[in-house]
Design a protein around this ligand. Structure first.
Ligand code: HEM
Length: 425
């Protein structure tokens, strides 16, 4: 039997808890070719260059043999157009700009910052419930409900519909895992689930069209700016994209954050006494334990010479963002978690034209979440280290993060009054 390649080992769930030694092996050859024709790129400079290269496409229709991926799903639902994450310029830029208008500066500068008090309230309520027990699952009891509530608030989705969103988002996220089947099959499954989501949002759109609110969907429907309004299909595709993109990624950043803090008790203590540290700390988490470890959705549309290799036109790429983030050619002491690091142009939100649209929201949520957990949990420790992980290599994060603690500081008590003990067990 042939030995699995390093990339195949990365995909193997057995390595999910600590893929970083494998990434170090991968970096020894910046660009490698897999037997199925995928080119795996693992060094910072090469990933960065490809993210800014117009000869690299995010459109699945550019992948040879993937025409079926864009066919209508078999379930009788109307087909949704591709969302802007799956488009190249000029369509990408036009749709992203339209989506940005009700979301952020310059047209709607206060939207995300204005959510801070609301996020703080939700966070307080979730942590208050921890006081009834001496153990919590940071994933189920905290990191999951917070981003889902935030994205529902943003989109104007009623909270009681959240469980349905959970199922759709899980199903879509599974289609990102290269281990669950060939690209074409996964794209087809993704389109089926998106069609179901589209049906849901279609009803919401009708009600917002009759009675617009202060939410993002109403903003898209009532926009009168240049290129506006977005077509109905594009609004549905954008709403589905935001739901999924803003979901498990943020869950994993908050969970990876708490895991890393408990593994670094001095940092947890510093954060507790100096809450301002949270700004650089969250950036360091995006470098050190990025929720999006790799992207496998890109295809070359011309031959590209890079890292001493010619990648032929029509090749699938696996951009190993987490490997680039630990590249000693770019970052000093890359395997150390340094919460005050300032030279930190990490790839956690990618780069180039597809740079994460929701980054301001993800940052705000995680800053609020980790500051409050650090402030209020007294002596948190891990019940299991490493925790159990979900199998997905692309969106990597713990399935559960069981934490025990001595007490929960009341919400109104000042910062710096919770102590720490660190990792046990
Ligand atoms: C910690 C949390 C998050 C991480 C690590 C993250 C990471 C990323 C990455 C790596 C991409 C690039 C994907 C690609 O082009 O292949 C991306 C794109 C995107 N993200 Fe995020 N994301 C996070 C949270 C969010 C949130 C909260 C939202 C929504 C409010 C969001 C919305 C988007 C959208 C719409 C895109 C597509 C951008 C485009 O194609 O121009 N993300 N994100």
């Amino acid at each position: 039997m042939t030995q699995p390649s390093i990339y195949q080992q990365v995909l193997d769930p057995a390595h999910r808890a600590n893929p970083y030694p494998l990434y170090a092996e991968l970096r020894k050859t910046p660009v490698t070719r897999e037997d199925d024709g995928t080119y795996v790129v693992s060094t910072y400079k090469e990933i960065f260059a490809l993210l800014h290269d117009p000869r690299v496409s995010s459109d699945p229709r550019n992948r040879p043999g993937v025409s079926g991926a864009t066919a209508a799903p078999d379930q009788g639902q109307p087909e949704l157009p591709l969302s802007f994450i799956n488009h190249d310029p000029p369509d990408h830029d036009r749709l992203r700009e339209l989506a940005m208008r009700p979301f952020g500066p310059p047209c709607t500068p206060g939207r995300i910052d204005g959510m801070r008090p609301w996020l703080a309230d939700i966070t307080t309520g979730l942590i208050d419930k921890f006081a009834d027990h001496s153990r919590a699952d940071i994933v189920e009891d905290f990191a999951y409900p917070l981003p889902v509530a935030a994205i529902c608030e943003l989109l104007g989705v009623p909270l009681e519909d959240q469980p349905r969103f959970h199922q759709w988002a899980d199903a879509l996220i599974e289609t990102l895992d290269p281990a669950t089947g060939p690209f074409e099959q996964r794209m087809r499954r993704a389109r089926e689930v998106q069609a179901e989501l589209g049906q849901y949002f279609s009803h919401l759109l009708d009600s917002r069209a009759r009675q617009p609110g202060d939410d993002l969907i109403s903003g898209l429907l009532t926009d009168h700016g240049p290129h506006a309004p977005m077509s109905r299909g594009d609004i549905l595709a954008t709403a589905s994209l935001l739901l999924v993109a803003g979901h498990e990624t943020t869950v994993n950043l908050i969970t990876n954050g708490m895991l890393t803090l408990i593994r670094h008790p001095r940092v947890l203590d510093r954060l507790n006494h100096h809450p301002g540290l949270v700004i650089t700390l969250v950036e360091e988490l995006l470098r050190y334990e990025p929720p999006v470890q790799m992207r496998t959705n890109r295809t070359t549309v011309a031959d590209i010479n890079i890292g001493g290799t010619t990648i032929p036109k029509g090749s699938p790429l696996a951009l190993m963002l987490a490997a680039g983030n630990r590249d000693p050619g770019r970052f000093a002491d890359p395997d150390s978690f340094d919460p005050g690091r300032t030279d930190n142009a990490h790839l956690g939100f990618l780069g180039g034209i597809h740079y994460c649209f929701g980054a301001p929201l993800a940052r705000t949520e995680t800053q609020v979440a980790l500051s409050e957990l650090a402030r209020r949990l007294v002596n948190p420790w891990l019940v299991a280290d490493p925790p159990p992980y979900r199998p997905n290599p692309e969106l990597r994060g713990p399935r559960h993060l069981l934490v025990e603690y001595d007490a929960v500081v009341p919400a109104k008590q000042k910062a710096g009054q919770a102590a720490f003990r660190g990792t046990a067990g």
